[in-house]
Design a binder for this molecule. Structure first.
Ligand code: GDP
Length: 694
């Protein structure tokens, strides 16, 4: 999606919650959007700048508050100094002063309604609690603001890179341009079927393959490889299967890149939806022509014209509306008008004059990849140039290997595959990613060297990324962000699982304010040692989904204390992560009555003071608890349990029905029969604040 970024992704980059960003966007006048909506880069920048402005204001406010605080402290210091001078003067006066001062102290506090036993201590505690909220020192350094600006600059670069990432495939994987050599061959167009979920992409692809069966051309498909060929007369069309789920943006973006034509499926009864718009974005970014298949025209509520009307807004103007976008009403379910759709695809392809050089060095693009239990890493590629053969040594991203087996789109074993066709490759060391380019090298040694140097670059990048100070830290310092991070790394059997997991986790993330799930990296295949090392660097937990853990990874995880958790069921992952998120929340304390006691005997011990021999009648008492002493109906004292003894021993806590000795310097007038109620701060279970899924 060139020049577009999804709101939740932008929020992630900025270290904010989507809602916070939505609020800022609303301030900018953008109200009809959700976290899943896309905004253009200019708007993203405007939002980021507004945020920076708000951060600056917050900083200014903080400085002002700090200044006020400083002035107040100074004033207090002056007053204290004056008092000290006065006290010094008094100290020279006769003896009883000390006693007077001691006797007066509690009275003073008591007169404020808080008969605290040790007022000095209590105040100190309060001060300690307050102190961290005045984050003056952090802000005093102007670097903080500078790093915010750097973060914004970085964001711009990232957005630009993202923008660029959508446009070109690596040179060798692109369609050849320029003069067509003598020996060049025509190649079939590659078509991606994009569109909103449930608009009928899968049904359409199946139906198109069916047309083939009807024509008697198919030898039966033994196994889907992620791409298929449809024969129309003597011409061929290659269709790439594109995953249909909302979160598969990345894959769809790649699907868009690899394609020569995008068929945009829009259900006539549902119209233009968010992923329809996103798909238009992908196709436009990749500069690929769009053919609109208006599907489900058999439905009672179907209104193709309404779809055409809605598409005008996205500069897709149907021919009968005076434009040049081909729109074909179809019913994938009934097979209506599919011939016309295929004809139109061939028509558009004809103009493109697609060819390839069979003698050129081999290059292919991965359209689908995964881990197969019995066959190991499996990748489906589109051969772009040259020819790939069983026995070739190939490199693809950080995967390499000698090709053991090639399968054509029907799953039938072949010796080689020429340009323009999809083929399944078996024999790689690792699972590559969709969009990566596969090339041939001279031998295994060269392949390994190439992969080693690529891995090193990737690791450096990953480490650099996690070391960067984030805007989030800055907000945290500001006190405006009180969230905690749960960093995760996902490894799964296939990319589909990774993405399903990722989107489910992102949804979970949206549902609990206080904890932020950050997916640091994703991958396919077993958890390996470099995953563990990356997890150490980025302080994350590794989630393995339907994959095992390599031996070296297991050992390293133990020495490096990296948690690896493996699952087979998505709900179990979500349950666990949900529990982990709740576990990360700060505990909540509440003042609760913990118990009651009755004074059975009063001991007056010289030098020690007065001790109330108390029977705990229910619950418990602990040292430091607040207590309320009543006699008859009258409340006679409120204060703290300063000393708690069981026989001669100091103890922290006594449960009913035991007896104990309670004393406080602030109250000595105990009498037998006094009733005491104890109140303490008790940790209470957190009420879950998971919002319901939208
Ligand atoms: P995808 O999510 O875009 O791949 O959509 P699917 O191909 O899974 O289709 C979603 C639902 O729409 C399924 O229940 C299909 O049977 C139904 N569907 C697809 N095409 C048509 C159509 O042309 N007419 C009708 N009535 N239903 C369709």
């Amino acid at each position: 999606m060139a020049n577009q970024v999804r709101i939740f992704q932008l929020a992630k980059k900025l270290g904010l919650r989507s809602e916070a960003l939505l609020k800022v966007l609303a301030d900018l006048g953008l109200e009809d959007v959700s976290a899943a909506s896309s905004i253009d880069i200019a708007t993203a920048r405007a939002a980021a700048e507004l945020l920076a402005e708000q951060a600056r204001e917050a900083r200014k406010r903080a400085e002002e508050e700090a200044e006020e605080e400083r002035v107040r402290a100074e004033e207090e210091a002056t007053v204290a100094a004056a008092a000290a001078t006065a006290a010094e003067a008094e100290a020279e006066a006769p003896v009883e002063t000390e006693e007077v001062a001691a006797a007066e102290e509690p009275v003073e506090v008591g007169s404020e309604g808080e008969a605290e036993a040790a007022p000095g201590e209590t105040e100190a505690e309060e001060e300690e609690e307050e102190a961290p909220q005045r984050w003056v020192p952090a802000w005093a350094a102007p670097e903080s603001l500078r790093s915010l600006e750097e973060q914004l600059a970085e964001l711009e670069v990232e957005l630009e890179e993202e923008e660029e990432a959508y446009v070109p495939l690596p040179e060798e994987a692109r369609r050849p341009r320029g003069e067509r050599p003598e020996h060049a061959v025509d190649v079939p167009p590659v078509v991606s079927v994009l569109g909103h979920v449930d608009h009928g992409k899968t049904t359409l692809l199946d139906a198109l393959r069916e047309t083939d069966v009807v024509a008697g051309e198919s030898g039966g498909i033994t196994q889907h490889i992620g791409a298929s060929e449809v024969q129309v007369g003597d011409q061929t069309i290659v269709f790439v299967d594109t995953p249909g789920h909302a979160a598969f943006t990345q894959m769809r973006a790649r699907g868009g890149q690899v394609a020569d034509i995008v068929v945009l499926v829009v259900a006539a009864d549902d119209g233009v939806m968010p992923q329809t718009i996103e798909a238009i974005g992908h196709a436009k970014a990749a500069g690929v022509p769009i053919i609109v298949a208006i599907n489900k025209t058999d439905m009672p509520g179907a209104d193709p014209d309404r779809v055409k009307q809605a598409l005008l807004e996205y500069e897709l103007v149907a021919e009968d509306f005076g434009g040049d976008t081909i729109m074909v009403p179809v019913s994938a379910l009934r097979g209506d008008n599919l011939d016309t759709l295929l004809e139109m695809i061939l028509l558009v392809a004809e103009v493109q004059e697609l060819w390839a050089d069979p003698n050129a060095a081999f290059a292919g693009v991965v359209v689908e990849a995964g881990m197969d239990e019995s066959r190991g890493p499996v990748a489906t590629i589109l051969v772009r140039n040259g020819e790939v053969k069983v026995g070739d040594v190939v490199v693809c991203g950080t995967a390499q290997g000698r090709i053991r087996r090639l399968n054509d789109w029907r799953g039938k074993s072949v010796k080689s595959m020429g340009p323009g066709h999809p083929v399944e490759v078996i024999g790689l060391s690792d699972v590559p990613q969709a969009g990566q380019v596969m090339t041939a090298v001279d031998g295994i040694k060269q392949a390994r060297e190439l992969v080693a140097s690529r891995s090193e670059v990737l690791r450096d990048q990953a480490m650099g990324g996690s070391a960067r100070a984030s805007l989030k830290d800055l907000y945290r310092e500001l006190g405006e962000l009180t969230t905690k991070d749960l960093n995760l790394m996902l490894k799964a059997d296939v990319w589909g699982s990774v993405q399903a997991l990722e989107s489910a986790l992102m949804e979970l993330d949206e549902r609990l304010e206080e904890v932020d799930i950050n997916i640091i990296s994703t991958g396919v295949g077993e958890v390996n040692e470099s995953d563990v090392l990356l997890a150490v660097a980025s302080n994350c937990i590794i989630l393995g989904f339907r994959v095992g853990i390599g031996g070296a990874a297991e050992r390293t995880s133990e020495t490096e204390h990296v948690e690896i958790r493996t699952y087979d069921i998505i709900y179990e992952v979500l349950d666990d992560i949900q529990a982990a998120m709740l576990g990360m929340l700060d505990p909540v304390y509440e003042e609760r009555v913990t118990g009651h006691g009755r004074v059975m005997r009063v001991f007056r011990i010289s030098r020690i003071g007065v001790i109330a021999g108390t029977l705990i009648t229910d619950g418990y008492v602990q040292r430091g608890s607040q207590m309320t002493v009543t006699r008859g109906r009258e409340k006679i004292f409120e204060g703290k349990v300063e000393s708690l003894k069981h026989f001669e021993q100091d103890v922290r806590r006594i449960e009913s029905p035991n007896e104990c000795g309670i004393s406080t310097n602030a109250f000595r007038g105990w009498e037998e029969g006094d009733e005491i109620e104890f109140v303490a701060e008790v940790e209470v279970p957190r009420q879950t604040t998971f919002k319901s899924a939208r």
